[in-house]
Each structure stands twice: as C-alpha cells, then as structure tokens.
Design a protein. Structure first.
Length: 520
C-alpha cells in the first residue's frame, strides 16, 4: 500500500485533483456552529428558539444536526437517518469521554458502515476480509487480537476502547431497525479501526479543526513519514480548481511486488471493484488535495507528514526515525536542559547535586524530566483554552522557558537525586510555548482593549503586550527557519509562522501608540 509518482514532479505542484470525502463528521464542539454537510460556518440564527435548517424529518430542539441551506439538508439528512447517526444522538446525547473514542470518530464510523454495507455483506463477517474494506486498511486483527503480543499501544488499552465503541455503534444500528443488541459487533469494531487508521482532522482556512474525514485511496494509501515530500490542504467547491488527473498511482500489486505499476488506479482490478461501489462523495464537504513540498522523482514514494502515536497507534519506521545517529533536527528538538556543571546523558544536560555518577537506569529519570516539562506546558495551555485565562497561561509558560527547574528523585538504593534542568530554545516544548504565548498575548490585547478602547493606560499596556506577542511570533518563525535548513519539509509551518509574524508586526505599527511614539 504505497503511492508513487507517475512522473518527475517539482516542488509546489498538486499531485491529485480535489479528492472528495468518503464521509465526514463534525466534532461535537462544532455541531451547532457549522453545517454538517459542507462544514461551512452557519449564519447567525434568526431566533434563539429556531436555529437555521433543522433536519426536515425532525424539528426537535434536542436534535444536534444543523445545515446552512436546504440543498445541504437534502444531501446529508437522508444519510444522517439511514446511517443510525440520529439514533446515536438519542442514545448518547452528551459527548463521550475517557473510555471511548471521540463522538466524531463513532459517528463517522456509523456513516461508513452505511456506505460500505454492500462490501461488508460480501465479506460474510470473515476476519480476513475485514482487514481491508473498500481498499482501505483496518488493521483490525492487529489491534484487537495481536495487541498483547506486539505491544501495540498497550498502555492506552486501545483494543478495549474499540470494543466499547463498537458496542455503542451496534446499539445505535440495532435501535435504527428496531432490534435488540445481541452481543455481535465484529463489523462495527472493524470499521471503527478503519476510521482510527485512515481518518484525518479536517481544518478550516484558519487551521481550526472542525471534524474528521476519511478520503479515498489516492489519499489514504499515501504512507507517513517524519521527513515527508508531500502535504495536503482542504478546499471547498468554490476553490477546488487545479489538475484534473492524478499524478500518483499504487506502487505494486496486491501481493506487494516492488516497483511502480504502469496502470492507474482506475485500471487496477481490485481497486476498480472498490471504486465502483464507493466512488464519489456522500457530502459536499471539504475535498482534499495532495501537494509536493519537495521535488519528487518518477517512481519515488509519496509520503505525507506523520501523525502517529495517539492518532494512528503505530511506530514510525521512516528513514528519519531509523537514522543513526539522530538527524540534526531531532538532536535539536530533544535537547532538554543545561547547567553550569553538567552530566550529559542522551541529550539531557542535568546538574546533579548529590552524586557524580548516574545509575544505569537513566532513562527512567529522563522520562520524569520530560513528564514534568509536558505537565507544565499542558497546564498552561489548559488555562488558555479551557479556563479562558491567557494571563495565567503566559506567566506559567514564561516560567517554564526562563527558570531552572529542580526534580527530586528517589533512587532504588534510597538516595535522593536532585536534577536541575532548563529547556533548550529549540526543544519542541519551547516551540510549542512560543506559539501559545504569541496567541495568548494577542488574545489578552483584544480583551484589554474591549474593556476601555480609549483609555491611555490600557492603550499603553495593550501596545506592550502586542510587542511581546510579535516577539514570540518572530522567535517561533526564526527557530523553525533554522530547523528548515536541515529538514525541508518544514517549509509549510515555517511559511505560516512568518506570515503570522508579519501580520502581528503590521498590526503593531498600525496601532495608535506606535504613531504617538513615531511622532515623538
């Protein structure tokens, strides 16, 4: 399952025409603000009691689905009911937490179960046939039956969560046809595995995640890499121009033969069978386009940015991850701390007060350091996103970036180990902190000016916050620009960071305080 270039492709070229989704589903948090069919923002409701375009079959105020137009309603509403998504909302009206996959993953699975029903019936429930549905891998047997043997994301009990989610899917489907749950949910588990393996977050033009979607073979067969040569973007019906033919094709036969095939996707018998059933889109939602971010040679494999671990649950074996020694970019991103007197172990530089030699199990202590740093970062971000407290977020992140941290550990022999550590400016936690700080200071400016837009004191304070926001935006852009020199696939985030930094600076020089300073 690889996709390779049919021709030599320069950097910055579209590799595919707009690929329609097999199915899409909004996140629970965006159900009331966006159209469930096209994912466009909903207009302001004409009344608090009558939100726009209820599904025509159920104008109930507890119904979650919203549409921006009658056309979107006519396209999506039949699928909403026939896929059992409607019954899912009535069984589970609140978002699902902790023990289950997210609500959007479950609802997307229901829609795909409906879409793939003919293919599933042909499989006769065979576990082997459920390994691939509609040309897309499910990894079903690996997740459910081989998890303990291959240590497949075992810490998170992925197989248990999938089984629980499959029971919910089965209950919703049986409620739809008026049957009782009988304990059989193998097919539901397989399709949920397909979603977890192939789904991607669907973003709007500002980068906000709206929901999840599964796209057809030309996209889903593109493998992951931490040093990719392709990226993807979403487009709507109004801006989906571009090439009309796919410039990539499957790498080999069904048996896994190496080398590129001469035929296109449409002439591959196995894929043609699937495409005849699942081709086209059930919604008018965002399409996806692959684009080269490096020059790609003919027959070279096309790889997109890796989104591993929590999302797809597998370990990456790309060239960058197997590099020995580690690449420069990974060396920089993982340097965690430094001190005046240091003991170097696996790129953690630690000031050790109590002993001159570390024990052989240093990885254990290294994990504690990383855990502490991540806890600090997540706590600050939670203040910003969940508690709406950007000021507290900024204070915590600046402490994280600028102060030395002490970690006290108890060694197996009872001896206490004191570690002093500080983040390296290019560590990935630092980069995340710069990005959050730039955004949090920007939000703080807006909130401050909303209180008293004309007050001189607030104007001056807002100006100073704007300068700080611009400084962090520039720091983020400069740091990633440095990393770009060793990893060219960073061109996309680097360009976005420089754009944001430029916009922040322009906003700064247009402020009234800047004009006063210039005149002075």
């Amino acid at each position: 399952m690889e996709m390779r270039a049919k021709e030599a492709i320069p950097i910055g070229q579209d590799l595919t025409p707009p690929i329609p989704p097999l199915s899409l589903c909004l996140h629970h948090s965006t159900l009331l603000s966006h159209c469930s069919s096209c994912f466009s923002p909903l207009p302001p409701p004409p009344s608090l009691h009558y939100p726009p375009f209820f599904s025509p079959k159920n104008p109930n105020s507890n119904h979650f689905i919203r549409y921006c137009s009658l056309q979107c309603s006519s396209l999506d509403s039949p699928i909403h009911f026939s896929s059992s998504e409607f019954h899912f909302f009535h069984l589970f009206p609140q978002p699902l937490y902790t023990n289950f996959p997210t609500s959007s993953d479950l609802r997307l699975s229901l829609r795909l179960l409906h879409r793939f029903q003919h293919l599933i019936q042909e499989s006769n429930g065979s576990l082997l046939n459920l390994e691939r549905i509609g040309g897309l891998m499910t990894n079903f047997r690996k997740v459910i039956f081989l998890e303990e043997h291959c240590n497949y994301n075992n810490d998170d009990d992925l197989s248990g969560r999938i089984r629980d989610g499959a029971k919910i899917l089965a209950a919703s489907r049986r409620m739809c046809v008026g049957l009782e749950t009988n304990g059989e949910y193998t097919v539901e588990a397989a399709v949920l595995c397909l979603v977890l393996t192939n789904a991607v977050e669907v973003h709007d033009k500002d980068g906000r995640s709206l929901g999840v979607g599964v796209y057809d073979v030309p996209f889903s067969w593109v493998n992951h890499s931490c040093s990719p040569n392709a990226s993807y973007r979403f487009c709507t019906a109004s801006d989906s121009g571009g090439i009309s033919e796919c410039r990539i094709c499957p790498a080999g036969t069904e048996t896994g033969a190496a080398g590129i095939e001469s035929e296109s996707i449409s002439s591959n018998p196995e894929l043609q069978k699937s495409m005849s059933v699942i081709g086209g889109s059930e919604t008018c939602g965002p399409k996806i386009i692959l684009r080269s971010i490096k020059g790609i040679n003919k027959s070279e494999e096309v790889m997109r940015q890796s989104e591993l671990g929590s999302k797809y649950g597998f370990s990456c074996c790309c060239k960058r991850c197997r590099a020995m020694p580690t690449t420069y970019i990974d060396h920089r991103l993982q340097v965690r701390a430094y001190g005046l007197r240091t003991l170097v172990r696996r790129e953690i530089l630690i000031l050790n007060f109590d002993c001159s030699n570390m024990a052989s199990g240093d990885n254990f202590y290294e994990d504690h350091v990383m855990e502490k740093l991540m806890d600090c970062l997540n706590d600050a971000i939670d203040d910003f996103l969940s508690c709406n407290d950007p000021k507290s977020c900024c204070e915590k992140l600046e402490i994280l970036l600028t102060l030395d941290h002490v970690n006290v550990l108890l060694k197996p022999n009872g001896q206490k180990l004191h570690q002093l550590f500080r983040l390296h400016p290019l560590h990935h936690v630092s980069l995340h902190a710069y990005m959050t700080l730039a955004s949090a200071y920007k939000v703080s400016v807006s909130e401050l000016l909303a209180l008293d837009p004309e007050g001189d004191e607030h104007q001056t304070e807002a100006f100073n916050m704007s300068r700080t926001s611009a400084a962090y935006a520039l720091l983020l852009a400069g740091a990633t620009q440095h990393l770009l020199e060793s990893e060219s696939s960073l061109i996309v985030p680097v360009s976005n960071f420089w754009t944001t930094a430029g916009e922040t600076l322009l906003s700064l020089v247009r402020s009234s305080v800047w004009k006063l300073l210039s005149m002075g």
